[in-house]
Design a protein around this ligand. Structure first.
Ligand code: AN0
Ligand code: CP
Length: 317
């Protein structure tokens, strides 16, 4: 593997899941693969799980790790070419990227949608510049439109817990006070569409995702109907995608919060969320703390998804 930014980069999902389970059962089997190799993780945005799980995965493979929080201690970076740099940004990404590439063998990048330009976000301008100018393999630690390490961990978690060959997986929008990217729901949809699961998306009117990500999913605007018979409930907030409301919060309607009453409509479904989660906005305390909540195993599988991706990148260096 050279770069990892979307589901297509991982190849057949059955093989990827089998490899993940093998890595999980013996996570130190490849501890020499990363010897004298350096991973550089670049964060333009905050993170708890991604930074810890990816560093742990790299250490399992014997790698050295450098972490840079761009907004804490590094020079502020200009990202647009052609700008007269007389403002507050002393350095351009076009120098910073190849410089970073000099000090490492593999680069992970977290760069969320900025909601300044839908075009820029959906063209993945930042991570694509890393791919183009770093001279190193690059993987996404959540870019503007996708969060593939999360989706891969979600898939592993579903495969570990499903009791039917084709489970019903329902991704539901849930309320949140701040404008969040579409990366997690886009990516989850992209990965679910690559399985043969029964996949349903439910959200209020106005929260339609990019049709390229919705794909073969069934879209149901009635959350109760969508939840009926579900085996997995995947909750997530996202801001509006459609123009003219791109990046806006249109509703914080707590009728969409995942409660025990909502979960009672399902077929004793598991509850999933990528975290961080706002309790009693997205999901009630009793549901997230309940016996069907998978949020912790899901987070634990982030180490595994990262390790499979790093292992494949190292094997192809
Ligand atoms: C981010 C998001 O919704 O994309 C990261 C999730 C993994 N969430 C927040 O910023 C709260
Ligand atoms: N799920 C996830 O990516 O969490 P962090 O934002 O804490 O990395």
């Amino acid at each position: 593997m050279r770069n990892f930014t979307c589901v297509n980069d991982i190849g057949p999902l059955d093989k990827a899941v089998a490899e993940a389970l093998e890595v999980k059962s013996n996570r130190f089997a490849y501890k020499h693969l990363g010897e004298n190799r350096t991973l550089m993780m670049i964060f333009f945005n905050s993170s708890l799980r991604t930074r810890l799980s990816t560093q742990k995965a790299a250490m399992n493979l014997g790698m050295n790790v450098i972490v840079l929080d761009v907004n804490q201690g590094a020079w502020k970076l200009e990202t647009e070419r052609g700008v007269i740099m007389d403002g507050d940004k002393p350095e351009h990404l076009l120098e910073a990227i190849p410089v970073m590439g000099c000090y490492c063998d593999v680069i992970g990048v977290r760069s969320f949608a900025r909601f300044e330009s839908k075009e820029d976000d959906y063209q993945e301008k930042v991570i694509n510049q890393f791919i183009r100018y770093s001279g190193r393999p690059v993987f996404s630690m959540e870019a503007a439109t996708r969060h593939p390490l999360q989706s891969f961990a979600d898939l592993i978690t579903i495969e570990e817990h499903k009791t039917k060959s084709r489970p019903k997986v329902v991704m539901t929008w849930a309320p949140h006070p701040k404008a969040l990217p579409q990366a997690v729901p886009n990516s989850f949809a992209e990965w679910m569409n690559a399985t043969d699961y029964d996949f349903v998306i439910t959200h209020p009117h106005g929260y339609e995702l990019d049709p390229a990500f919705v794909g073969r999913a069934t879209v149901e605007y009635d959350q109760d109907k969508a939840l009926a018979g579900a085996d997995f409930v995947y909750a997530k907030n996202w801001s509006a995608y459609a123009d003219p409301n791109y990046g806006k919060v249109l509703s914080t309607d707590r009728a969409w919060t995942v409660t025990a009453e909502k979960m009672a409509l399902t077929d004793n479904a598991f509850f999933m969320h990528c975290l961080p989660v706002r309790r009693n906005m997205i999901v009630t305390d009793d549901v997230i703390e309940g016996p069907r909540s998978l949020v912790i195993p899901e987070a634990a599988n982030r180490e595994i998804s990262a390790q499979v991706v790093l292992k494949r990148i190292l094997q192809d260096l």
